[in-house]
Design a protein around this ligand. Structure first.
Ligand SMILES: Nc1ncnc2c1ncn2[C@@H]1O[C@H](COP(=O)(O)OP(=O)(O)OP(=O)(O)O)[C@@H](O)[C@H]1O
Length: 241
């Protein structure tokens, strides 16, 4: 395949410096994601993982560099336009609307495509029985499922997820990871997962990025990191995964 025939990256960050106000958290960071490719992001606390997702979505101040989505420059676009172009974001805080029903939450940002009320509730069966209940009455795990399901209803090409397993019981984490793994295999969907649990992160995607102080210090095979405890320890200070 020649260069011109190659499908363009779903996402590309080129030499991006970004942060909050005048302060940069990300320093000249570059990253590209092929169509349908998924990626895990790990790193110690406070190294800029959330800031990286927030920058993709347009929630931070971009000071230098460019961000492209499916080849189009979105660097200066506000959040809602990025969402319309196909980025969905599940923030750490979930941000579901507690007084709206599950169904109302689901339909807030729905766009036509393969993900609709029927298909997302096939994926998260718990939600199907609770469509009429206020979102605030759901358990933590169900609220997380609602947040992911609502993001899917926008039929994105890129799904950004910030620590979806945080605060959930191990059995819920297990079922959520199962669904996320199923989603990772969806044609036309790229997932970027920020995950504190190194084992979950390395199992989730074939490719893992490790961040340190606003930069990428490893970008490569998840399997490679799994097999190299010394490197993992050096990068993020864990001895077991
Ligand atoms: N809204 C904000 N305004 C100003 N500084 C912020 C804001 N959010 C984060 N920061 C700072 O940016 C840096 C990176 O934080 P970020 O939350 O991106 O890291 P992280 O790797 O996601 O951390 P954690 O694993 O603890 O969630 C930190 O120094 C943090 O204090």
């Amino acid at each position: 395949m020649s260069e011109s025939e190659k499908p363009c990256n779903v996402l590309e960050l080129a030499d991006v410096s970004a942060g909050y106000g005048a302060t940069n958290v990300l320093e000249r960071l570059s990253l590209a994601l092929a169509p349908s490719e998924s990626l895990s992001i790990i790193g110690r606390n406070g190294v800029g993982k959330t800031t990286l997702l927030a920058t993709m979505m347009g929630h931070t101040d971009l000071h230098a560099g460019a961000i492209r989505l499916n080849g189009a420059d979105i660097s200066r676009l506000p959040v809602y336009q990025r969402a319309r172009l196909g980025i969905a974001y599940v923030p750490q805080e979930r941000e579901i609307f507690p007084s709206l029903t599950v169904r109302e939450n689901l339909h807030m940002a729905a766009r036509p495509g393969k993900w609709n009320e029927a298909t997302v509730t096939d994926l998260f069966l718990n939600l199907r029985d609770r469509l009429q209940q206020p979102g605030g009455q759901l358990s933590g795990g169900e609220q997380q499922m609602l947040a992911v399901a609502r993001a899917l209803m926008a039929n994105p090409s890129l799904l950004l997820m910030d620590e979806p397993c945080e605060g959930l019981a191990p059995v819920i984490v297990e079922s959520l990871v199962e669904v996320l793994t199923e989603l990772r295999q969806s044609e036309g969907l790229s997932i970027v997962l920020v995950e504190h649990n190194t084992r979950v992160a390395l199992d989730f995607a074939a490719r893992t990025v490790v961040m340190d102080r606003g930069q990428i210090v490893y970008d490569g095979s998840s399997e490679g990191l799994k097999q190299d405890a010394a490197q993992l320890e050096r990068l993020i200070g864990v001895t077991q995964t």
